[in-house]
Write a protein that binds this ligand. Structure first.
Ligand code: ARG
Length: 497
């Protein structure tokens, strides 16, 4: 037993060191690149600069429905366009959650981050900043009928919503006494939490506070009056990308001279912002109907990821199951280690690891990363399904077959497998159904599945609950429909017995 554990550990360590070895090599080349700082020339060669942003922060960045397409608009986007234009390259926008942005920048997923991002000494340790392009104040969003809160001082001992990874998180933590902080990834969720009285207030930048307050019925924005100088918003680049910082600084200097950001970009963005159903004078359901393309597209992606995930997962699962059942000790150990490791870590972490971790070696797009993570994960479960299917066939049967003179191959093929498959198929069906649900996590890396589209619709329509309900119904229809279909197939198999 002990020997087995030691062997397992060794396989683990070996796989891990091969992997980290790869990574180190990669960091080394990156360091080299920054020493001569070829960042700007690389971007020019590529012809595109990729900007990362979190479009839940109007008027800086937000999404808007334009003919069934979610467009990312906002004052930050206007600034980004100018920066790209002055560099002579095209702008590409990647959206993700706010707390993933700086990681994405460090791992080369994006070339710059513009996201209402405030300059802080901690952040400056891992990325480089331009000069500030805007100085924002701090607001608190509160329910309109709540007059008990006039500033951050009235929030002592209350629960306050803040975006995870934001400077507001620290502001509240440091200045509000005994606040219970509710950190969430998206500001839309925070606003929903406020409306449903899960939190007393939500801390955001002033311009964003005003944008939400003017479009969300029932909430208002007040000055937070924190004891801090104004937040300086800056553009972030990879550490050492001085050539890019300098180029962007030139654009920002020119914009600052004419106060273009506050006088032109913000007012223009405010005009483009989506408006609530109430303001448009249409019913919520009609408003949701206008967003049907989003739900359809999300459903398509969810199905696509689950189907490819299941098929590839099945192939990997068969391989792993054979390895695990094989007499070769090394194969057996690798399979056991893989299965245990994958089953012992959350799919969410695996997705982030594939996207950001593997991403440092080869640049894998979000959708591919999502599919890879899903099938890597599913493979481990499928392997166990297949193994237990095979093991469920009583040993006596194989022994009987062997004593009748069947070879071990024949025994497998003629006696064991046909029976095992009948046990395996229903479990595989369940695996497919659970992938439909579990793959919902891929939205964290920006794969445009149902959950991702849900976020966009929520942000765009200022409706919190109705889109969640719709997505819930879609998931149910998908899983219930597939379960019934599989049930029918299973019935048929039984018949053939
Ligand atoms: N200014 C704050 C910060 O830098 C919040 C920015 C949030 N931006 C966003 N796109 N959600 O932490």
């Amino acid at each position: 037993m002990k020997g087995k554990v030691v062997k397992l550990l060794m396989v683990f360590i070996m796989t891990f060191s091969i992997f980290t070895g790869f990574m180190n090599k990669n960091t080394y080349t990156q360091v080299n690149a920054s020493a001569s700082d070829s960042y700007l020339s690389n971007i020019k060669k590529k012809g595109t600069i990729v900007m990362g942003t979190a479009p839940d922060y109007p008027p800086y960045e937000f999404t808007k429905n334009e003919g069934g397409q979610a467009k990312i608009l906002g004052a930050d986007i206007e600034l980004a366009k100018q920066i790209a234009k002055n560099m002579g390259v095209k702008l590409k926008i990647k959206s993700m959650s706010f707390d993933s942005l700086l990681v994405a920048l460090q791992t080369g997923k994006v070339d710059m981050v513009i996201a209402g991002l405030t300059k802080t000494p901690e952040r400056a340790k891992s990325v480089d900043f331009t000069i500030p392009y805007y100085n924002g104040g701090q607001s608190l969003l509160v329910n309109s009928n709540d007059n008990s809160i006039k500033s951050y001082k009235d929030l002592n001992n209350q629960s306050v919503g803040v975006q995870t990874g934001s400077t507001q998180y620290n502001l509240v933590k440091q200045q509000v006494k005994n606040a219970s902080l509710k950190g969430m990834e998206s500001v839309n969720d925070l606003v929903l939490a406020l409306k449903t009285n899960k939190v007393k207030a939500v801390a955001v930048e002033s311009a964003t506070g005003e944008a939400y307050a003017s479009n969300t019925p029932g909430i208002k924005a007040i000055d937070a009056k924190f004891n801090t100088a104004k937040a300086q918003n800056v553009v972030a680049f990879h550490k050492g990308a001085t050539s890019l910082v300098n180029a962007a600084n030139k654009t920002i200097k020119a914009a600052n001279a004419s106060q273009e950001f506050e006088k032109k970009f913000i007012p223009e963005a405010s005009k483009q912002m989506g408006t609530s159903a109430k303001k448009q004078k249409i019913s919520v359901w009609q408003q949701m109907y206008n967003y049907k393309d989003y739900f359809i597209k999300g459903t398509e992606y969810t199905i696509l990821i689950s189907i490819i995930g299941t098929i590839l997962g099945l192939l990997l699962g068969i391989l792993l199951a054979l390895m695990r059942l094989s007499k070769n000790k090394l194969f057996h150990a690798i399979a056991v280690a893989y299965i245990e490791f994958i089953r012992g870590t959350p799919l969410m972490v695996q997705i982030m690891f594939v996207y950001f971790g593997l991403g440092t070696i080869v640049n894998v797009p979000a959708l591919t990363s999502g599919i890879i993570a899903v099938f890597i994960n599913s493979g481990a479960y499928v392997a166990e399904i297949i193994r237990s299917g095979i093991e469920s066939i009583d040993d006596g049967q194989s022994e009987a077959a062997r004593s009748l003179g069947f070879s071990s191959h024949q025994t497998m093929q003629i006696v064991v497998l046909p029976q095992a498959i009948k046990n395996i198929l229903p479990a595989l069906g369940n695996e497919f159904v659970s992938l439909i649900k579990e793959s919902s996590i891929v939205s964290i890396i920006g794969v445009t599945d149902l959950i991702y589209q849900l976020r966009i619709v929520q942000a765009d329509t200022y409706q919190g609950v109705v889109p969640i309900f719709i997505v819930m119904v879609i998931y149910f229809i998908l899983t219930f429909g597939i379960s019934r279909l599989l049930g029918l197939l299973e019935g048929r198999l039984k018949h053939e017995e």
